[in-house]
Design a binder for this molecule. Structure first.
Ligand code: TYD
Length: 202
């Protein structure tokens, strides 16, 4: 069985985390070995870098480089080996998040990130990306109930609006890979759509 690389994306508060375990369960019920992971993170070095980048102020360039350093380690130690072993890898965020947050949100030129993307990924891309999309007011209301917020979650609403717009622009550029999910609906309604997408994939 060949490996399958699935990534989940969306602004903070879009609801992707509510569906992670369910997605993994969907594949496990069909006999697949699933590796659930996240970015930044997914390895000991990556999780250390996550602690730094989510909580310490730094230049936008540094932020992008740290995200890709964590990603390089993640690809090398976890993602590529799991895919080579025929597993399903489900990552809570991947490179689309860098384009959305560091380019859309922080204003870095996309050409800079494309160099890093090429360097660490070569031609590896997710097989499928689920982009959970919600209006920024809904996302903000959901975050208002959340536990302590990190550096990205504490950004102004204009930042989140730019991140959302950048995600949607990317979905327009990669319509076959990136599927937009309306995350403002009920969890049950979202799952019906997710099941439909997965069934076509399997
Ligand atoms: P998130 O995935 O939302 O985790 P949690 O649900 O535990 O808060 O947090 C990761 C944050 O990192 C999120 O705000 C987006 C940001 N991020 C980037 O800015 N660039 C990236 O390349 C990645 C992977 C994440």
């Amino acid at each position: 069985m060949s490996g399958l690389f699935l990534t989940l994306e969306g602004v903070d508060g879009a609801g992707k985390s509510s569906h992670l375990d369910w997605l993994a369960g969907w594949f496990r019920e069909r006999g697949r070995v699933v590796h659930q992971t996240r970015e930044p993170g997914g390895t000991p070095v990556g999780e250390s870098l996550r602690g730094i980048v989510l909580h310490q102020a730094m230049a936008a360039e540094t932020e992008a480089l740290v995200m890709f350093a964590a990603r390089c380690e993640h690809l090398d130690r976890v993602i590529r080996p799991a895919l080579a072993a025929g597993e399903v890898v489900i990552s809570d965020r991947f490179t689309d998040a860098s384009f959305a947050y560091q380019c859309g949100g922080r204003g870095l030129p996309e050409a800079r990130l494309e160099v890093l993307e090429n360097w660490v990924q070569g031609d590896l891309q997710p097989d499928l990306t689920l982009l959970f999309d919600v209006p920024t007011e809904i996302a903000a209301a959901r975050l208002a109930n959340a536990r302590e917020l990190d550096r990205f979650e504490r950004e102004q609403s204009e930042f989140h609006a730019r991140v959302r717009a950048a995600y949607l622009r990317r979905a327009g550029m990669h319509p076959r890979r990136i599927r937009v999910i309306d995350g403002s609906r009920s969890i049950a309604a979202v799952r019906v759509q997710l099941a439909g997408i997965l069934e076509k994939l399997a």
